[in-house]
Design a protein around this ligand. Structure first.
Ligand code: ARG
Length: 458
C-alpha cells in the first residue's frame, strides 16, 4: 500500500523500517474510538462549512460500515498498515473516493492519537473501577461473615494484638476505595478533548473544538495545542494509580500465600482456584496469588516505561510517544486480569476460623491488655509494661499462657493483681474492648463496612 504521505518521497520505505515504524499490531484495539472521533470531526467540519453536509454524511455512513465490517470480520486489518488511524482513512478513501480524502482536513494524527487514547482509557478506567467495586463488595461480604472471627494482628510478622478477620480484610477494602478514587480523579483530569490541536499549532480553518468535545462526551477542551498533542500525563497518572493498586493486590496475595501454608492454615482456597504440583502429590499451591504478586512488578515496569519514555521529550509530538500504548495497555490489561481472577478466588475462599482463634491464643497478644489492667489499678504504664514482660517470660518458662497462669504467679509479680485479671486477658474481652472508631471490635467494623458500602454506592 502506498503511504498517504508518499508525496515528498522518491522511493518506498525500507520494509524493515516499515515494520519498525508500524503500531497497527497494538493500536488497532482503538478502532472504535478512532471511528467515533472521525465521525465527530466530520460532523463538525460540515457544521462549520469546511466540508459539505452531504460529504460528511457519506463519510459517517462509510465509517459506520467500516466499524461493522471490522466487527463482523468482513474487513481485516492490514498488518502492514502504519497504524489504525492510517488504515481506517485508507479504507475510507478506497470505499468512497475523493470525499474520504477530506476527512483529515484540519486534523493531524497527533491530535487524533491523543484523542483516541484518552477515549480508550476513559472506557478502560470505567471497567477497572467496576471491577474494583466488585472486589470491595466481595471484601465487605467476607468481613460481614467474620465480624467475630478472632485472629492475631501482626507487626513485624510477630503476633501483636487481637483483631478479627473482618477488621483485617476491611483494611484492604479501604485501600481499594482509595484506588477507585485515584483512578476516577485521573480520569476526570484526562477528560478534555485535544482534538483541534492539529499537529501542534491548531489550524487556520475555523473549526469548533467545543462541538467535537461535546459530541465525544468530554468535559471541555485542552487549553494549549502543544500540550494537547504532547501531554501523556494521563497515561502516567493511570499507570501510577494502577501500580499502587497492584501493590495492594500483591500485599493481599502475599498474605494469602502465607495463610495457605501449613504454618498458618488460616484459609483454604477452593480447588478451582488452586493448582497442584507435577511431582509432589500433597501440594495445593496458591499460584493465582503468586502470579498477582509477580504481575505487580510488571505493572510497575509499565509505569517506568512511560516515565522514562517521556522524560527527555521536547515539545511537541515525538515518535517515541508511540511507545506509550503497549505500556499503558499492558498495565490496564494486567490489572483487569488480576482483578477478574482474584474476585471469585476471594469469594470462594474458606476462612478457617478455628485455626485463626488457636493462633490468637498463642503469642501473648493480650500482654498489652494485662499491662493496661495494672495501669487501670494506678500503676504507671512503664512499670506495668515491665511487670507484664516478666510475666510473659514466666509463662514461657512454665509453657503456659497469660489466660492460664495461676493467680499465685500473678500476685508474686505484683500485688495489684486479683482474679479479675482473667477477664482482662480474655481474648474476646481484649477484642471487644477495642471499640474506638477504626478499631477491631465487631460493632466498629460493622459500622466501617456500612461506610464502605455507602462509598461504593456513590
Ligand atoms: N502511530 C502514532 C502513535 O501512536 C500516531 C501518530 C503519528 N504521528 C506522526 N506525526 N507520525 O503515536
Amino acid at each position: 500500500m502506498a503511504k498517504m504521505w508518499a508525496g515528498r518521497f522518491s522511493k518506498e520505505v525500507d520494509s524493515q523500517v516499515n515494520d519498525f515504524n508500524s503500531s497497527v499490531s497494538f493500536d488497532s484495539r482503538m478502532y472504535k474510538q478512532d471511528i467515533k472521533g472521525s465521525i465527530a470531526h466530520s460532523v463538525m467540519l460540515a457544521s462549520c462549512g469546511i466540508i459539505g453536509q452531504d460529504e460528511a454524511k457519506q463519510i459517517v455512513i462509510a465509517l459506520d460500515q467500516i466499524k461493522k465490517d471490522l466487527e463482523s470480520g468482513a474487513l481485516q486489518i492490514d498488518p502492514n498498515a502504519e497504524d489504525i488511524h492510517m488504515f481506517i482513512e485508507q479504507v475510507l478513501t478506497e470505499r468512497i473516493g475523493d470525499v474520504g480524502k477530506k476527512l483529515h482536513t484540519a486534523r493531524s494524527r497527533n491530535d487524533q492519537v491523543a484523542l483516541d487514547l484518552r477515549m480508550y482509557l476513559r472506557d478502560e478506567v470505567k471497567s477497572v473501577v467496576k471491577l474494583l467495586k466488585q472486589l470491595a463488595e466481595t471484601m465487605c461480604k467476607l468481613a460481614d461473615d467474620n465480624l467475630e472471627t478472632v485472629m492475631p494482628g501482626y507487626t513485624h510478622l510477630q503476633r501483636a494484638q487481637p483483631i478479627t478477620f473482618a477488621h483485617h480484610i476491611c483494611a484492604y477494602a479501604e485501600m481499594i476505595l482509595r484506588d477507585i478514587s485515584r483512578l476516577q480523579d485521573a480520569a476526570k483530569r484526562m477528560n478534555l478533548s485535544p482534538l483541534g490541536s492539529g499537529a501542534l499549532a491548531t489550524t487556520t480553518y475555523e473549526i469548533n473544538r467545543q462541538m467535537t468535545a461535546d459530541l465525544l462526551g468530554f468535559d471541555g477542551i485542552t487549553a494549549n495545542s502543544l500540550d494537547g498533542v504532547s501531554d501523556r500525563d494521563f497515561c502516567m497518572e493511570i499507570s501510577s494509580a494502577l501500580s499502587i493498586l497492584m501493590v495492594h493486590l500483591s500485599r493481599l496475595s502475599e498474605e494469602i500465600v502465607l495463610w495457605c501454608s501449613w504454618e498458618f492454615k488460616f484459609v483454604e482456597l477452593d480447588d478451582a482456584y488452586a493448582t497442584g504440583s507435577s511431582i509432589m502429590p500433597q501440594k495445593k499451591n496458591p499460584d493465582v496469588t503468586e502470579l498477582i504478586r509477580g504481575k505487580c512488578g510488571r505493572v510497575i515496569g509499565d509505569g517506568m516505561t512511560l516515565l522514562s519514555m517521556m522524560k527527555n521529550l521536547p515539545l511537541a509530538y515525538n515518535k517515541d510517544m508511540q511507545e506509550d500504548k503497549e505500556a499503558i495497555f499492558d498495565a490496564v490489561d494486567t490489572a483487569k486480569l488480576c482483578l477478574k481472577t482474584l474476585i471469585p478466588m476471594l469469594d470462594t475462599m474458606t476462612v478457617l476460623k478455628d485455626n485463626m482463634y488457636k493462633a490468637a491464643q498463642r503469642g501473648f497478644i493480650n500482654a498489652t491488655d494485662c499491662a493496661d489492667y495494672l495501669v487501670k489499678k494506678g500503676l504507671p504504664f512503664r512499670d506495668a509494661y515491665k511487670i507484664t514482660g516478666a510475666l510473659v517470660a514466666r509463662c514461657i518458662e512454665l509453657n503456659t499462657v497469660l489466660e492460664e497462669l495461676s493467680i499465685k504467679e500473678y500476685k508474686k509479680a505484683c500485688s495489684l493483681f486479683d482474679k479479675k485479671v482473667y477477664e482482662a486477658v480474655n481474648l474476646l474481652n481484649c477484642l471487644n474492648g477495642r471499640k474506638i472508631d477504626g478499631g477491631p471490635a465487631p460493632q466498629c467494623v460493622k459500622a466501617e463496612i456500612e461506610k464502605i458500602r455507602q462509598k461504593l454506592a456513590e
